[in-house]
Design a protein around this ligand. Structure first.
Ligand SMILES: *[C@@H]1O[C@H](CO)[C@@H](O)[C@H](O)[C@H]1NC(C)=O
Ligand SMILES: *[C@@H]1O[C@H](CO)[C@@H](O)[C@H](O)[C@H]1NC(C)=O
Length: 443
């Protein structure tokens, strides 16, 4: 693999945003929701301490390499910050609130979806507005699932696991209802232009709240695959605690993935009005990401085949690392599949499939090397103080998403007793990656 001097900058938000949105505050708000999510995840992973991953993904591939690490003591300041960060998910809730912990929030959007005879009242508002954008909302659910699967025991240790599961279910309940038939998915509720005209509480809003869908004639492989990834990962979270719900999630995920793959197209093309807000620059990454989660959730070898020998070369962007974000899932997919190399059982995997898995793992490794400041391939996208800085658009999202992946990779190394990460002749350890992660959160 060539040395990568600089990760490709992310696709900047479309110019239309600037042209159309007069108010700078509103522009920021479009991307703020994800920012808070990412901060939360970073706090979470750091608060977990070095941790054995042996019992993680309890329902997923068994691991045969128990690691030497045990959870460290709870760091109170991180645990407190995590508890506060979790409130974000409560604050953003739409619908009829249950066990509401936020004194100033009430029921809202109870009739969302009623014009389509659907209950789309749940889910999360984006952040600074009252629109429910399905694409980033589903990505939020996928990452929350991943965090619970890897670090759920540590969340339980600081009494946050129930909260995390409830927050996840508030999103997945919405996603299930948004998928009323095999080739139909509602991807947005609310009219962002109308909504942004008025700064108001969701409890008091009176604008029309149209629901936009993708379907076989107007496809959205990106959004449908992201929702499939959210449902597949959440099906693992709920497998033991609510098997029926888990089954519903899994079957919906499989159906949506088939829809996403068969009717290919970008939702930004099918529903041009989403371009101004969460434009998706491609769907190949989401198809691979969804197939990876479906493989973990079902262990159906066809998903493995799909993401390795069938589509690895087509959508993998080998040799071209990118920043992990709500628009680009390549780096997340690479780390998720590297997990199999580090921890997974690979019985029954053909040599050709394994060769592609190695490609994902090498890409994950290359991404880690770009993050470590002392590596020959270190990215130059950082501030003088060392914070990863890629773009002014919600600047922290890139640093914190990369941090989440770095902590996972570090724990995969530690658990599987892999001592060394090689970066163009320089070597690093799992501790170096963890140290990098801490510098992104604490400084
Ligand atoms: C399919 O989706 C498009 C775009 O959202 C919409 O205009 C159209 O009415 C939908 N088709 C059906 C049959 O609902
Ligand atoms: C928006 O998404 C479309 C479809 O994926 C893509 O072709 C286009 O380049 C994107 N626009 C920007 C500005 O990224």
């Amino acid at each position: 693999m060539e040395a990568i001097k600089k990760l490709k900058p992310p696709k900047t938000p479309p110019k239309e945003v600037e042209a159309i949105t007069k108010n700078v505050e509103v522009k920021k708000n479009e991307f703020w929701g994800w920012c808070v999510l990412a901060s939360f995840l970073a706090l979470l992973v750091i608060s977990c301490g070095v941790y054995t991953l042996v019992k993680l993904f309890p329902n997923f591939l068994p691991h045969n390499k128990p690691g030497p690490n045990r959870p460290g003591p709870i760091a109170r300041n991180y645990a407190d910050a995590l508890g506060i960060a979790f409130q974000f998910f409560d604050v953003q809730r739409s619908g009829k609130l249950v066990n509401n912990r936020i004194s100033w929030r009430g029921d809202s959007a109870l009739r969302d979806g009623s014009d389509r005879n659907l209950d789309l009242s749940k889910g999360l508002y984006d952040a600074g507005d009252n629109v429910k954008f399905g694409f980033p909302m589903a990505f939020t659910a996928t990452l929350l699932s991943w965090a619970i699967l890897e670090y759920g025991e540590r969340m339980a240790a600081v009494e946050q696991l129930g909260q995390a599961q409830d927050s996840l279910k508030w999103i997945t309940d919405f996603l299930i209802n948004a998928h009323p038939s095999p080739n139909e998915l509602y991807v947005q509720v609310g009219d962002p232009d109308l909504d942004h005209e008025c700064w108001e509480r969701p409890e008091g809003m009176s604008e029309r709240r149209p629901a936009a869908q993708v379907n076989a004639s107007f496809p959205g492989s990106d959004v449908a695959a992201e929702v499939a990834a959210a449902m597949a990962s959440a099906s693992l979270v709920f497998k033991k605690i609510d098997p029926d719900y888990s089954f519903t999630l899994r079957t919906n995920a499989e159906e949506l993935f088939a829809f996403a793959d068969l009717y290919r197209g970008a939702y930004s093309v099918s529903i041009p009005q989403v371009k101004k807000f969460y434009n998706s620059t491609g769907y190949g990454d989401e198809l691979l990401w969804a197939a990876s989660w479906l493989y973990y959730a079902t262990r159906d070898p066809s998903y493995l085949k799909y993401l390795t020998v069938i589509n690895g070369d087509v959508f993998g962007n080998w040799g071209d690392p990118s920043w992990f974000s709500w628009d680009d899932k390549h780096a997340g997919t690479q780390v998720l599949l590297a997990r199999m190399n580090f921890l997974g059982e690979k019985d029954g995997i053909s040599p050709d499939e394994n060769a592609k898995l190695q490609m994902y793992t090498r890409m994950a490794q290359a991404t880690m090397c770009t993050l470590l400041p002392g590596s020959p391939s270190a990215t130059s996208s950082r501030t003088a103080g060392g914070l990863i800085w890629v773009s002014e658009w919600n600047a922290l999202q890139y640093s914190l998403a990369a941090t989440f992946l770095a902590v996972l990779y570090s724990d995969y190394m530690a658990t599987s007793q892999v001592q060394t990460l090689f970066c163009d002749g320089t070597t690093f350890s799992s501790k170096d990656l963890r140290h990098f992660a801490i510098t992104q959160v604490r400084n």
